[in-house]
Design a protein around this ligand. Sequence first.
Ligand code: ADP
Ligand code: MG
Length: 689
Amino acid sequence: MASELRSFHGVGPRLEQTLTELGIRTAQDLLFHLPFRYEDRTRVYPIGGLYPGATVQVEGEVEHAAIVRGRRPMLVVVLADGTGLITLRFFHFRHSQKQQLARGTRLRCYGEVRSGFRGFEMIHPSYRRLFGRDDDALSDRLTPVYPAPGKIGQATWLKLTEQALERLSRGDLALDELLPSGLIDSDGIPSLADALQYIHRPPAGADVAALVERRHPAQQRLAMEELLAHNLSMQQLHRRQRTFRAHPMPSGSALESDFRQRLSFQLTDAQERVSVEIHRDMARDHPMQRLVQGDVGSGKTVVAALAALRAIGSGFQVALMAPTELLAEQHLRSFSTWLAPLGIEPVWLSSKVTGRKRQAALDAIAGDAPLAIGTHALMQEGVEFARLGLAIVDEQHRFGVHQRLALMDKAGGEATHAHQLVMTATPIPRTLAMTAYAGLDTSVIDQLPPGRKPVTTVVISGERRQDVTARVEAACREGRQAYWVCTLIEESDAVQAQAAEDVARDLQASLRGVTVGLVHGRMKPAEKQAMMDRFKQGAIGLLVATTVIEVGVDVPNASLMIIDNAERLGLAQLHQLRGRVGRGAEQSSCVLLYGDPVGQLAKQRLNILRETNDGFRIAEKDLELRGPGEVLGTRQTGMLQFRVADLARDQGLLDRIPAVAERLLADDPELVQRLLNRWIGEADRFASV
Ligand code: ADP
Ligand code: MG
């Protein structure tokens, strides 16, 4: 079907296809594709008054044009305007260009001024020849520059947006005002049409800095609307879930009290409170949709185990899904240890379980296995639960919303859905949680178990490795233990394993009297476990590891954590790693070694960890510095991709959204639908279940 854009001049099947791939199908989509910077071509500057570094427009007559042969041929043009001379240099040129730029030709050029060998220069300015016609008149608008993925040139973007704006001003393009009252103080907020005109063709003298940072009211208005639409779509999704039925599980059983009695510790007040919230939800006959947030080590797993026991005790099955094999294995271990005395043995399912073992797991899940633990393999086709009552998802943000709901649907039957508990180990800044998890009920475990000591963190240049190894040696001599984490990003398991092996060998050679162990993702689970066990028993002093130890490792006697090339990891991940120490009686420390040279920004980031142990603050900072995709790890899921809004920048806009969204959902379903159509569209980025 030909899109609306086919009626635009210059849009043929090829361009249409490219635009479609960018998600641009309508004139409205086109206008939501915003410029990312602007050029001021509204004025012409006298050449005599230029200074290096300025990006400006000049006009003059060609004095001289020649191709200079050197290592690379270069077209050199000298331009004069009566106030001075400027040299234009082109490394990429066609020979016909020289003819076009013959002496006496009038040119208007735009580019950055540099000081060159013989006065001012511009390298590859954009230029046009002037013939004294009407279209030589200077524009009174700033020239937008569009992000140009898909190889669509600026000239094309300009022509396309020009046509869309024309239609808009002629009234041929109806863009309804959908921004409800109460979101922005209405004074000074332009209408949607005015906002788009302004953003695409700002007048000379507009606040370009604000525009480039997208803080101008014209842009904020759009961002606000988009964030609202996003929130509405998430809320709607969860509301729909709530209309489904679930099995109520109102009362506890002996399983829960047995479990508590066998625990070697008492739950913290925060754990108790969150547990009550969960059990209250599970008592209802609609599916629970609860997110449990808690800093590293706050003890989310026990709380999840209590929820699992509530479901099992009520005669239902439980599925626990984690995003990585290793994290799932850790859960398998904790749950096996805790629940074995209660006669409950978890079924294990990951994509590595194949053949007869897989069939046995599937049979158990379709039969009467009370608990299945695994990776996303759990929600794949062919996995049929007999009577799933509770789905627990750890580190949910690494899964898409689709995936989470897919697991819930495994409850069997059209009408009945499983209760759903989402746990996140990476504390999410409130603003992000409000957006990414709009519509989920939230509980926070805001207290660490007693006896945890804040970890002292230092940031040290990699050049001082010697000092650090000496420190490891000293600690081990005192009977303490240490981790040495090797970081490599986006490399294969094999490369990581190799790197870690090299580091382990070097360290073993330089550390006297210290036994060095090694764990990495390439090892078999049993090998990994054997190594971890030896570390736990104290037979190993220094454990070299890839980031596989990020989660779940618990050795209280380990009080020193070295992270090599720490700048390669996000703050939240570093915080997770650091959470592996500080669990025992000793004062613990964490050494962040950075590779040289390290950027200013990278060092500034690492210093944040030195300043605070508060996971939420760290996550906020991470959000500011790296953006939401990185913090949530959702780049690939597309769940937080906005056209205009930016969660880090627009945090201030988020506060009012939930209340307005609630009101609209209750009072104005039609407006809700129109907002969703505009911003979420057919792309249906959040799956309707
Ligand atoms: P996280 O919230 O990071 O997933 P875990 O659930 O893995 O944390 O718990 C971290 C460690 O703290 C585990 O060894 C767990 O057994 C222990 N733990 C949990 N709750 C308590 C508590 N109330 N008192 C003491 N230790 C606890
Ligand atoms: Mg955990």
